[in-house]
Design a protein around this ligand. Structure first.
Ligand code: PEP
Ligand code: MN
Length: 362
């Protein structure tokens, strides 16, 4: 009995001593951080250079030379490498929260393009999967104009699973999209797939799309950000919402805040649809970020029969817009035929929308 009480007292004092040592360690780490912070506030370049890899390694070796253990030299090295990594981050002034994150007092982003806005009343973005020819684009654009839909999509560079599938018309497709868009006063959207052709896409399209497969192509994100054009950033089909927001942060970090997020389905075990539309992404992204959120229902579904229901679901969940693929003759489309609506089906879909949805003029 006495022995047990003695053991427990020893444990207590061991825990107290460890807690006290931890507190001293934390105080010392914060002392270190304050030194870094004051150098940063004073904008002292020489002082901050001490955090560079060579200087940090020298400082760590100086410590190791006076280390009397019991931690080994290697343990000291790896612990301090972590401390220096943290101070480097502090010195670089990494924002404590993402710039895209929702923040008290920060207004929501509204992307305004050529007299129209995404981020206010819900909008519809429609058009073929790929730009194919003049007659196809003219038929679609005329129909959008007549229905009061303000945004025309069309891929000129198509990221296809098979290298043998139609890859898009490239520059000729961009020229067609631009001409038809101007003729019908529509805002145009087209995907960039390669940093080498980003400029070309930005020259011809009003909004540059980054597709699902490229959400994490960070060099592409930087190249698109540098054009200064509004961006439609699609969620990678294997990406978390946090990863999508970090990708969006690339644009904010480069000073381009005109970013629209797009949920387009994620890969699950379900095979009835091409992807699984993650409808919860809509309210979650709206809560987590300040950016407009739209839903591409066509690529999620992969089949046209459920496109209208998914479009209504997206609006009901609070999306700022819906993207869908339409084609004058879907069964003859060069890509994604099974999921494209024809122009009559597009009109019927609009009639099924709740009152109050409209194309908002900025
Ligand atoms: C597209 O919108 O043309 C497209 C390829 O979609 P996703 O990147 O979402 O697959
Ligand atoms: Mn498509």
């Amino acid at each position: 009995m006495a022995k047990a009480a003695e053991t427990s007292a020893t444990h207590e004092s061991f825990r107290d001593r460890l807690d006290a040592a931890n507190r001293r360690l934390m105080d010392a780490l914060n002392d270190h951080a304050r030194v870094v912070q004051s150098a940063r506030e004073a904008n002292d370049a020489d002082a901050l250079a001490a955090l560079g890899p060579d200087e940090a390694a020298r400082a760590i070796e100086t410590l190791v030379a006076t280390n009397t253990g019991p931690f080994s030299a290697d343990t000291i090295r790896s612990l301090f490498a972590e401390v220096f990594r943290a101070s480097q981050a502090l010195a670089e002034g990494m924002p404590p929260t993402l710039r895209v994150a929702r923040k008290e007092g920060k207004p929501d982003v509204v992307v305004r393009v050529r007299g129209r806005a995404i981020g206010l009343a819900p909008v519809l973005i429609a058009g073929p999967c790929a730009v194919e020819d003049e007659a196809q684009m003219e038929a679609v654009a005329a129909s959008l104009g007549r229905l009061g839909i303000g945004f025309l999509r069309g891929g000129a560079y198509k990221p296809r699973t098979s290298p043998y599938a139609f890859q898009g018309l490239g520059e000729a497709g961009l020229e067609l999209l631009e001409a038809v868009g101007r003729r019908h006063d529509l805002v145009t959207i087209s995907e960039a797939v390669d940093p080498r052709t980003v400029e070309l896409v930005a020259r011809h399209a009003d909004i540059v799309q980054v597709g699902s497969r490229n959400m994490a192509s960070y060099e592409l994100l930087k190249a698109v950000a540098a054009t200064g054009k509004p961006v439609l950033l699609k969620r990678g089909f294997g990406a978390t919402l946090d990863e999508l927001l970090q990708a969006a942060e690339y644009f904010f970090a480069a000073g381009n805040e005109n970013v629209v997020l797009c949920e387009r389905g994620i890969r699950t075990f379900e095979r009835e649809t091409r992807f699984t539309l993650d409808i919860s992404a809509v309210p979650l992204l709206r809560g987590m970020s300040r950016l407009p959120v739209i839903v591409d229902v066509s690529h999620a579904a992969g089949r046209r029969d459920i496109v209208p229901a998914l479009a209504r679901a997206a609006l009901a969940a609070g999306a700022h817009g819906v993207m869908l693929e339409v084609h004058p003759h879907p069964d003859a489309a060069l890509s994604d035929g099974p999921q494209q609506l024809d122009l009559r089906e597009l009109e019927a879909l609009l009639q099924s929308f709740p009152a109050g949805w409209n194309q908002s003029k900025a």
